[in-house]
Design a protein around this ligand. Sequence first.
Ligand SMILES: NC(=O)c1ccc[n+]([C@@H]2O[C@H](COP(=O)([O-])OP(=O)(O)OC[C@H]3O[C@@H](n4cnc5c(N)ncnc54)[C@H](O)[C@@H]3O)[C@@H](O)[C@H]2O)c1
Ligand SMILES: *[C@@H]1O[C@H](CO)[C@@H](O)[C@H](O)[C@H]1NC(C)=O
Ligand SMILES: CC(=O)N[C@H]1CO[C@H](CO)[C@@H](O)[C@@H]1O
Length: 319
Amino acid sequence: MAMTDNVDQTNRLGAKLVWYIFVFWDFLVLTLFSIKVYFIEFFKLFFPPPPKSLKGERILITGSGNGIGREVCLQLAQSGATLIGWDIDEAANNELLQDLTDLGAKAYVYVVDISDRSTVEATAAKVKKDVGNVTIVINNAAIMPAHSFLGHNPRELERVFQINVFGQFWILREFLPSMLKNNKGHIVTVCSAAGIIGTRNMVPYVGTKHAVHGYLEALKDELRHMPEKPRINFTTVYPCSVNTALTGGVNCFTKFPSLLPVLEPEYVARELIDAMRRNYEYIYLPKLVKLCGVYGKSLPMEVQRAATDFLQVYVEPIQ
Ligand SMILES: NC(=O)c1ccc[n+]([C@@H]2O[C@H](COP(=O)([O-])OP(=O)(O)OC[C@H]3O[C@@H](n4cnc5c(N)ncnc54)[C@H](O)[C@@H]3O)[C@@H](O)[C@H]2O)c1
Ligand SMILES: *[C@@H]1O[C@H](CO)[C@@H](O)[C@H](O)[C@H]1NC(C)=O
Ligand SMILES: CC(=O)N[C@H]1CO[C@H](CO)[C@@H](O)[C@@H]1O
């Protein structure tokens, strides 16, 4: 009796020891890997990865008619990629097509309300027929109603999520499968500083941008754990304020316009394309957004609030 007890105990001790050795080994591997990543990141500061060619890519851009989306299209006109512009604004998209054709681009435009799933499905089928499989998606279209939370009407609350979040889901459902099958693709997303920081008078918009940031993190984790480890790249852009029609109905404030300047869509588009071509996973425009939105998160909440009051970054709807 006492004998078997002893044997059991020894076995249990042995199993525990083996478990500790495995955990220690995994931790060692994790540590060495982290050190390697830090070295590579440091190296990349001085020697950024070379930009990849976009020749032959088929790039879908939503919200192509105006603002950042339009600039991205114009700047890609001579890249050798086929451009596919989706926008709800038909006149703006036709004008874009004219400009792209003048620049010698291979381009197609479609009138699409991305919040409408059946339209997205039907237009995606048309794109596949007209152009072939899309290899890069740039999810950019969004709206930004800005009022106090209770000042939004219910219809607006639904619409902002339908466009800013569900619109991206309907698009990924159409174009991700062929990327996975062909083991090649790139998902570029225009998120926002509002995807990592909350600001008054933009409660629903901030909700949608946090949703976008969050679903992308989860999607990347999901793809990473697929047995076939698909080679799909992700680039997410977090701009602060940009001089486009999106902010038409609001005044954007900051005490330090030189630290947080209102950016031009040309600049945001240039940085987006550069990040996409170098396979960067995140970019923050301007860089201060990263300081506040990423590193600032480790400060106590009270300090974060005091710091945002100090910086005074917020929007005020025009009455
Ligand atoms: N402007 C800013 O201050 C700012 C800051 C941070 C992030 N962003 C983000 O940048 C992206 C582009 O915004 P922008 O500033 O160029 O705005 P914009 O209003 O100039 O352009 C948005 C485009 O999306 C289109 N669109 C709107 N609803 C649509 C729908 N349902 N279906 C298809 N197309 C639709 C519009 O017609 C327009 O052409 C958005 O995701 C926005 O959230 C903008
Ligand atoms: C698109 O990708 C799918 C999946 O790999 C493939 O079956 C199909 O032939 C491709 N279409 C074109 C036009 O290349
Ligand atoms: C499709 C594509 O561009 N894949 C690239 C993703 O990024 C890695 C490097 O981070 C490249 O090796 C892949 O070619």
